[in-house]
Write a protein that binds this ligand. Structure first.
Ligand code: 4AD
Ligand code: MG
Length: 432
């Protein structure tokens, strides 16, 4: 790869004359001097154009630069603790690459709908850049964590013939002569096949829910990482979940300090995300709600508001396990101590961010699984392959799904998941 110099490399170039390329982020001028703030995706650099140091032509050219004009700038780098990023360039030469007029996103305040309509440009702003870099770091932490721990990446199909997570949120399509097919809601069922082959696998990719809910936690297209492990019970599953979350948060704190600062995120709230996480049963969670005066009907699923109250009791994520089987998916194993309960776990993030992980031990008995498929009115024929996993060397196994966008939203301290993914898909938005 041809070596190019980026703003993030400037420590190696102090005192040297170099060329950089990028876009104009901002500009100030005072008669004899113009300050151009260059951004190149890796950082920001104040480029100082002194009338006395450049030709009249170059000085005039600088005057024509607007927000997002692209250009090449050449000059000497010096360290300047008062400037953004700690460096400054004494400009010697400038070359215009692409003009920019009337850039729609100005430093003034814009409403969220306007910004979302201009998402293709909004991602150039400082805050959005910080979020996208943290998202990347989180995705990397996830991959590193599983790769270091002996898991194999296992890519499930996106087009599937059956539901994995309830039939009400399926995106449907006609699939040639084969009838209806659906966009995957979860790679889990395929992940189970993978775990029986490879022992420990993880899937990591986009998943789809035709969610009717318009909340700050719901997207119709979101990324999920789903580990699945043979010979893991629910306790093993919870151990893995807390280890993963601690690793993700601590990786971001170590490697994305300046982005966290740009977002003005209170890091003390993240520093306390250390194992062990509290583990409470659904019954304990209901007791908390009752003691807070919530009129909660035992047996219902926890709503977003309930989750906020429960997680508000703890300074780190809390794991709620053993939910009423009725509100959970067909594949979950029942608790041998109380068959009304499913061996499920939801991990609730602190500060009202709600459920970031849903997981369970899986039903490994073929007859019980068949009963569940019938109870849920699911067509047996498309699950024959899934039943085979219980026919040929069935073993106890468990897994979970962690939603990437909700995790990013929590770690970044955002209002809404729409800012956590480059181009959000929601019930009322599929553009740009
Ligand atoms: O709880 P869910 O539906 O679980 C599953 O899909 C299981 N098959 C996972 C497994 O055991 N392998 O979803 C898991 C996580 C949620 O906790 C949440 O973080 C995220 O996926 N999620 C969503 N994120 C954004 N928008 C939505 N509409 C989401 N639905 C789920
Ligand atoms: Mg869930």
């Amino acid at each position: 790869m041809k070596k190019k110099i980026y703003i993030s490399d400037l420590a190696n170039y102090t005192g040297q004359e170099i060329s950089l390329q990028g876009w104009l982020y901002n500009k100030r001028s005072s008669g004899k001097v113009q300050f151009l703030i260059l951004r190149d995706g890796t950082g920001y650099l104040q480029c100082v154009v002194f009338k006395g140091n450049v030709s009249e032509e170059i000085f005039k050219l600088a005057e024509t630069f607007n927000q997002e004009t692209s250009f090449v700038v050449t000059g000497k780098i010096k360290s300047e603790p008062r400037a953004v990023g700690g460096y400054e360039m004494d400009v010697k030469d400038l070359k215009l690459i692409g003009t920019s007029f009337d850039y729609p996103i100005t430093p003034k305040e814009h409403g969220p709908e306007f910004l979302m309509d201009n998402r293709h440009l909004w991602i150039r702003s400082k805050r959005q850049l910080a979020i996208l870099k943290i998202r990347h770091r989180i995705a990397k932490a996830i991959r590193d964590f599983f790769d270091m721990n002996g898991f194999t990446l296992f890519d499930p199909p996106i087009i599937t013939p059956n539901a994995a997570e309830g039939t009400s949120t399926l995106f449907e399509m006609e699939y040639f002569d084969l009838g209806k097919a659906y966009l995957t809601q979860s790679g889990q069922l395929y992940g189970e096949a993978g775990a029986m082959a490879l022992g420990k696998i993880y899937t990591f990719g986009p998943t789809f829910r035709a969610e009717k809910s318009k909340t700050r936690r719901h997207l119709t297209e979101f990324w999920m990482v789903e580990p699945e492990m043979a010979f893991f019970d629910l306790d093993d599953d919870m151990d893995l979940a807390e280890e993963l979350i601690e690793y993700i948060v601590q990786s971001v704190l170590t490697d994305r300090k300046s982005e966290i600062e740009i977002l003005e995120r209170d890091i003390t709230k993240l520093q306390s995300v250390k194992r062990p996480f509290p583990r409470i049963s659904y019954d304990d969670a209901v007791d908390i709600l009752k003691s807070e005066g919530v009129d909660f009907q035992y047996g219902n699923d926890l709503g977003g508001g309930d989750e906020t109250i429960i997680s508000g009791k703890f300074d780190r994520p809390v794991m709620v396990h053993r939910y009423p089987a009725e509100v959970k998916a067909f594949y979950m194993k029942r608790d041998p101590q109380n068959p009304k309960l499913a061996l499920a776990v939801d991990v609730l993030a602190p500060e009202g961010y709600g459920e970031i992980i849903g997981g369970s031990q899986r039903e490994d008995d073929i007859n019980l699984l068949l009963e569940r498929i019938q109870e849920h009115n699911l067509p047996r024929s498309v699950f024959e392959w899934y039943l085979d996993l219980r026919k040929y060397g069935s073993v106890p196994h468990s897994g979970f799904g962690l939603g990437l966008e909700r995790t990013v939203s929590w770690i970044c301290g955002l209002e809404h998941v729409r800012e956590t993914i480059p181009f959000a898909r929601m019930i009322y938005r599929n553009t740009p």
